[in-house]
Design a binder for this molecule. Structure first.
Ligand code: DC
Length: 244
């Protein structure tokens, strides 16, 4: 009887939460345009944008700074106990904090990218961030992007998008971005790096990158940022009308 009542209460609570917060999950490989598009769509919808990759990157930076051997479970556990990741928003822009320090721009290096990909394969690292990400989504209308949002973090998201693009397109975008910053870039190396990271993200045991069964597939290879953003907004509006 108690169990039943508890279930009913949970059911009611769940319905209320669902009525209160609308969750959008966007997953996909690196370079598919997730963060640019997610940021724009969230701003247009008035949703909170949560870039979960930035959280993995902040942990990676912490691990690099401590020189942690991530292959050792004990060393990783010890390092994680000394790492605190936080999110904040300034003029609607997400900031990520590592033990209180704003590291938003320090986490965008290739070294951090590679460490983030290795660290993200570790169940201890994922467990630490899962709780934090779910907590944020419970209290806000969120548009969250990452690799396991639709499959693991927010399986009950009202809208799930799997955003992808060919390796060549993604490498081309990254190449242009680096050249634009005046950095040396070799297209073949970028493409090889993308392939390697895709493989690691898709083949790890814990929460691998894959399209959720109920996710809408969007291939951005031949689409502009504006076109993809408009498509996502129209999918959200259609869902919200249906749920209203
Ligand atoms: O999206 P990004 O490149 O900033 O992500 C950095 C790394 O973190 C990338 O290798 C994938 C991993 N990641 C993850 O495993 N799960 C997420 N939800 C987000 C990112």
């Amino acid at each position: 009887m108690d169990v039943l009542r508890r279930q009913e209460r949970n059911g009611i609570k769940k319905e209320r939460n669902e009525a209160m917060s609308f969750k959008i999950a966007i997953d996909g490989p690196a370079g598919a345009g997730k963060s640019t598009i997610a940021r724009r769509a969230a701003a247009e919808l008035g949703f909170l944008y949560v870039d979960t990759g930035a959280m993995y990157r902040a942990i990676a930076l912490g691990l690099l700074r401590m020189g942690t051997n991530v292959s050792s479970e004990a060393a990783l556990a010890d390092a994680l106990s000394r790492i605190e990741v936080g999110l904040g928003y300034e003029d609607g822009i997400q900031k990520v904090f590592l033990n209180g320090e704003d590291v938003s721009s320090l986490i965008r290096t290739e070294e951090v990218s590679n460490m983030a990909s290795s660290a993200a394969a570790k169940p201890q690292v994922r467990a630490k961030l899962t709780q934090l990400q779910r907590g944020i989504a419970e209290e806000n209308n969120v548009l969250m992007d990452g690799r396991d949002i639709g499959t693991v973090i927010l399986p009950d998201a009202q809208l799930k998008i799997y955003l992808t693009a060919s390796v060549e397109t993604r490498a081309q975008r990254r190449y242009k971005e680096l050249c634009g910053k005046g950095e040396t870039a070799i297209f073949d190396e970028i493409a090889a790096d993308i392939r390697e990271r895709d493989y690691r993200d898709m083949h790890r045991e814990t929460a691998p990158l894959r399209q959720a069964e109920d996710a809408v597939l969007v291939d951005s290879s031949e689409l502009t940022v504006e076109e993809v953003t408009a498509r996502i907004i129209s999918l959200v509006r259609a869902k919200r009308q249906k749920n209203a």
